[in-house]
Design a protein around this ligand. Structure first.
Ligand code: KG4
Ligand code: ZN
Length: 339
């Protein structure tokens, strides 16, 4: 019998230090250390992120191996995020993965963070639904750094058909939340406040962008200007309208995203739609997708929406099967042009 493929996945592109162990496409352990250090700054401070990754990486990997009950000598390969992301943060995971692979004399696999977000849908394991999307499907990847519309033809063949021209959807949530006086990351807080607000209380503009691309900076500016104007008339405006503001902003962002997805479904005839990335956790977006009864909608479990290493391990597994390895010359890249 052939040995099972056991992959250690490492993720350090942004503000989560994560490690996961997979056997085939089954996740045995998925450990994430989130960095609290950025909260008081209202955004991620790259240098602090790199330092926190350095502190976290060994304990996180150790915990993942222990949880999976796997010895490092059982590993078939190490998969790591090589970009896109913060260069200093990526360097920590990349250097760690390279040294461990060298020490163990096992193959190294480079993973594109955005491709991995899509492949989070193929993670199997305890407590996970077996239903993965069937090919081809449309994936809307919405995170703090990216907003992408992707046609997924198979595990490793993906076509980027639309993306944001400026801010990402999560960034729009976070920046608007900051003006509302909420802590970073504001997306989940806006989501919570929106649940008891009126989505029609305030009307904000939709961007005029051709094709399948997105833009959120106009919305951000419109909301900030609106709030500042209202504050001049009533200093208590935010406090008195927090839920309605959250609900109206969330509704607008969700509608901008949904308009594009509806357009792609109409144009391509592909009715399988998946969401990925941190904003896929948003309850307004989930509800809007659930209302599309003609579609087959796939939403990953919460811990696989936000940054994690299970998705890196799954991507690593498919690249392992394809024989797609890298070597000790691998270096991270902050920006990736494609998928
Ligand atoms: O994928 P992710 O963990 O990291 C990046 O690669 O960016 O996404 C983080 C983003 C943040 O902008 C955060 O505010 C947003 O996802 N987010 C949400 C929710 N949960 C996370 N935005 C709206 N509603 C949520 N429930
Ligand atoms: Zn991400």
């Amino acid at each position: 019998m052939s040995r099972p493929v056991i992959i250690l996945g490492i993720e350090s592109s942004c503000d989560e230090t994560a490690a996961a162990v997979s056997m085939g496409d089954k996740i045995l352990a998925n450990v994430v250390a989130s960095q609290k250090v950025h909260e008081s700054y209202g955004g991620i401070v790259p240098e602090l992120a790199s330092r926190a990754h350095q502190q976290n990486i060994i304990p996180v990997v150790d915990q993942a191996l222990k949880k999976a009950n796997v010895s490092k000598n059982d590993l078939s390969a190490i998969a790591f995020t090589s970009g896109p992301g913060l260069l200093g943060a990526l360097l920590v995971g990349t250097s760690f993965a390279k040294s461990l692979a060298l020490g163990l004399d096992i193959p190294l696999i480079e993973v594109n963070h955005m491709q991995a977000h899509v492949l989070a849908h193929f993670a199997k394991g305890e407590g996970l639904k077996d239903a993965s999307p069937t090919f081809p499907f449309v994936c809307l990847t919405v995170s703090g750094g990216h907003t992408q519309l992707i046609v997924v033809r198979n595990h490793l063949q993906m076509e980027l058909i639309g993306q944001t021209l400026d801010d990402a959807a999560g960034e729009a949530f976070d920046k608007i939340a900051k003006v509302m006086g909420l802590t970073y990351p504001g997306g989940p807080l806006v989501d919570r406040l929106a649940s008891s607000g009126n989505i029609h209380a305030f009307k904000f503009p939709h961007p005029q962008v051709p094709g399948y691309d997105f833009s959120f900076s106009g919305l951000k500016t419109a909301v900030i200007n609106f709030i500042n104007n209202q504050l001049q008339k009533n200093p208590e405006f935010i406090k008195q309208n927090l839920n309605d503001l959250a609900a109206s902003v969330q509704h607008t962002i969700v509608e901008i995203l949904m308009m594009r997805v509806r357009q792609v479904v109409r144009d391509t005839g592909i009715r399988s739609v998946a969401v990925a990335g941190g904003v896929a956790a948003n309850s307004g977006l989930r509800a809007a997708l659930a209302r599309e009864t003609e579609w087959n909608v796939f939403v990953p479990p919460f811990e696989f929406c936000t940054d994690n290493a299970a998705m890196i391990a799954v991507c690593g597994y498919y690249k392992y099967l394809a024989g797609d390895f890298t070597d000790q010359l691998a270096s991270p890249e902050a920006r990736f042009s494609g998928l």
